[in-house]
Write a protein that binds this ligand. Sequence first.
Ligand code: BDP
Length: 702
Amino acid sequence: HYGYDLWLGYEKIGNPNLLKEYKDLTKAIYFEDGSDVLNAAKKELITGMEKMLGSTLNFKETPNTNYTLLIAKAATIDPALTKKLSANFYEVGSEGFVLKSVIHRGKKLIVLAANEDIGILYGVFRLLNLMQQQKDLRNITLIEYPKINLRMLNHWDNLDRTVERGYAGYSLWNWHKLPEYIDQRYLDYARANASIGINAVSLTNVNANSHILTPMYLEKVSALANVFRPYGIKVYLTARFSAPMEIGGLKTADPLDADVRQWWNDKVNEIYALIPDFGGFLVKANSEGQPGPQNYGRNHVDGANMLAQALQPHNGLVIWRAFVYSEHDPEDRAKQAYSEFVPFDGQFSDNVLIQTKNGAIDFQPREPFHPMFGAMPNTQLMMEFQITQEYLGFSTHLVFLPQLYKEVLDSDTYSKGKGSTVAKVVDGSLDRNKISGMAGVSNIGNDLNWTGHPFAQANWYGFGRLAWDPYISAETIADEWLKATYSNDPNFVDPVKKMMLISREAVVNYMNPLGLHHIFDTGHHYGPGPWVHDLSRPEWNPTYYHKADAKGIGFNRSHSGSNATGQYATEVAKTFNDPKTCPEEYLLWFHHLPWDYTLKNGLNLWDGMALKYQEGVDQVEEMIETWNKARPYITHEEYQEVQMLLKIQLKEAQWWRNACLLYFQTYSQKALPAGVEKSTKSLEYYQSLKFPFAPGIRPQWD
Ligand code: BDP
């Protein structure tokens, strides 16, 4: 079970006092039966508690028992008791729950109540999680409900089980053995998702294959939906826009063509006959060669609304991606999605969400927030984060991504004045959207530990927690995850948590400091390739992004350059426009500056940049030291696995530093400042490296 249990290992409580306290609370349990969801919840409660307490649970059926733990829907609880919960059940909503210790008829008891079955399931998971963190439950009052409606994983899984940008093995979905054979992993995957509140999964690559929409695959999808249903998870599929031609025999996929519309209506009806709670379609259209409405002279609204109309009678959704940029558009790539989508604000149907990446380029280690957030008040904008580490060291680098997610969510768009954070746009509170959503591109594969790097599990966990509540801190998430996964010993948790919290800044430093971006090697994005300049599309070349020359480095996106800053609210644009006020994390994202430009710390740009690269390497060395000290608190295997990975991370951090500094030095013509380690290898050596083994991209939609 090594690594397989994720954060649901439910280790036995060691502390005898706490064990007694928990056992007392669970002496006589009432659990409302009745549905598949409630059965799933009860099963989890039994698994979790019995493991943690080391004893069997005692369920009571008779109404007169003096319960110590009562788990039921609000409507079935004695009203006198419900009153004591002093919770507003309207606010708790359909997915929330109340967990509260009360004194009732002279007895102490804990009540877990919800409006709906799914709230009970989420409440059970949270109760178990609190016990894993060894929290005192004697005076607990917790009222929780998700702030975001759609909490979704996007799998980029191909039908041949390869995973685009996947670094944890092959796809979980075994199309060959489905629908008859139900792998235990499907169930454990659903449990893991439900435990953090994920309620939607798109099974297939956004670079879609139409065949997923044929009967032979739909039958298999339906089997997966059946497994996920008791865990509150709806299934979505990626819809290839040209499917009516590829599998429907039509001559066109024009969204305004009557036959095409009929084809989609029929297809949608066919899907709902098999999967009554099917979620809907996720669509990548007219982006990176994918077909879309523009192939027929139509636009995103025509395409999205056509699908929305087919799904609407079934309450299905269209999630239409905004990740577009065109090779024929001379405009700065960072500006294109905004330019293409903002004019359509207010024109998309009610059951359409526009899914926008966190930044305007592409999942870089650091990007300023996407200017579309805040700029489309009449459109339901959904956040797309990447959980898989395409540009963050694959699954060998320890990078705690909730730091990145939080940085974006906490950014202020100023669209309705100060405090209009991205989180408020995404949770729908700023513009009163009907449906809100957050998607994470999954890092899950069939590796024994699901995510490749054991600490990458924390990114799956953290994504789910933030989709539930975008306002909790990265530190809280790290704390919860470490305790549930490894140990509650503060001698372990405190330093390792610190290590997690610096890890994201470390990767920025050793890969893309000071706002540099997209300087990765071609195609696979493994390792540095700042020198690459000969790819067919200009905006695929790293040189397009860093623009290093004898004078300086950086992309001028200020008002004197591409004016990408003009896509932000005035207050934000003003800050970004001036290199003196622009946060230095974004300096070279927005400005082309001379090599001897003076940074805030007084260093010139070249020295400052070189020292940042070095700092990244030093931070990985510190991470290794921290991990060495953590050794006594975990098993040898747990220690060794991460230690091996950290060594790879260090080697690659040095590689990034050396390759980038040697290359940029050909322009700056300056010596390395004191404190920066000099490469023993030449630039030509780094440029000659080839990576036929780099995983992650195997397009197969022929
Ligand atoms: C890029 C990936 C590519 C994806 C694309 C997307 O390199 O594999 O297909 O994003 O999001 O990050 O559509």
